[in-house]
Ligand binder design. Structure first.
Ligand code: S3P
Length: 183
């Protein structure tokens, strides 16, 4: 993105699986009245199957291609303001990181590995965590992705100990400041 242009006033949620992006996205949608784009849901609708099946039948690379394609579309400057909730691995591709920052105010929701493990163990919808040792997988993926979230986000918010309401309030206050002070 050309950093000298004002980014559109979307709020973009990034962060590891189970950090609360979808829940916080819905809370922001209610408070602001902006449409919510849940990228995982859009991809599932387009593919006509679950993420688990996309990974199993088409492979992870096909899923990542769909993520990048959707991010490119979301960059349409004529679109209304939105809340965009991403999948945890969206920051993996350098192109995606640039696209994300160009979309608006990027918020990294962070939670410690133990909290992530507890939240993600409740269902089997995440193919990357269907391993013998999900705790170790969470740890290594988090190490790998931490610098990528860091590089992409305008704001890092530790959600542990905060309820959804508090997280949403924090984001809105910071986003207002950001959008008022953007060049
Ligand atoms: C993924 C996270 C998932 C989903 C897919 C891959 C990842 O989204 O996009 O299973 O690579 O971390 P959530 O972060 O919403 O669970």
């Amino acid at each position: 993105m050309n950093e000298s242009t004002t980014p559109p006033e979307n709020i973009v949620l990034i962060g590891f699986m189970g950090c609360g992006k979808s829940t916080v996205g819905r809370e922001l949608q209610q408070r602001l009245g902006y449409p919510l784009v849940d990228m995982d849901q859009v991809i599932e609708q387009r593919a006509g199957k679950s993420i688990t099946r996309i990974f199993a039948e088409d492979g992870e690379a096909a899923f990542r291609d769909m993520e990048t394609e959707l991010l490119r579309e979301l960059g349409d400057p004529s679109a209304p303001r939105r809340i965009i909730s991403t999948g945890g691995g969206v920051v993996g591709r350098p192109e995606n990181r640039g696209l994300l920052r160009g979309l608006g105010y990027v918020v990294w929701l962070h939670a410690p590995p133990a909290v992530i493990l507890e939240r993600t163990s409740k269902n089997r919808s995440r193919p990357l965590l269907q391993t013998e040792d999900p705790a170790a997988r969470i740890q290594s993926l988090m190490e790998e992705r931490r610098p990528l979230y860091q590089e992409t986000a305008h704001l890092k918010l530790d959600t542990s100990g905060l309820c959804c309401d508090e997280v949403a309030t924090g984001i809105l206050e910071c986003a207002r400041y950001f959008f008022t002070h953007s060049p």
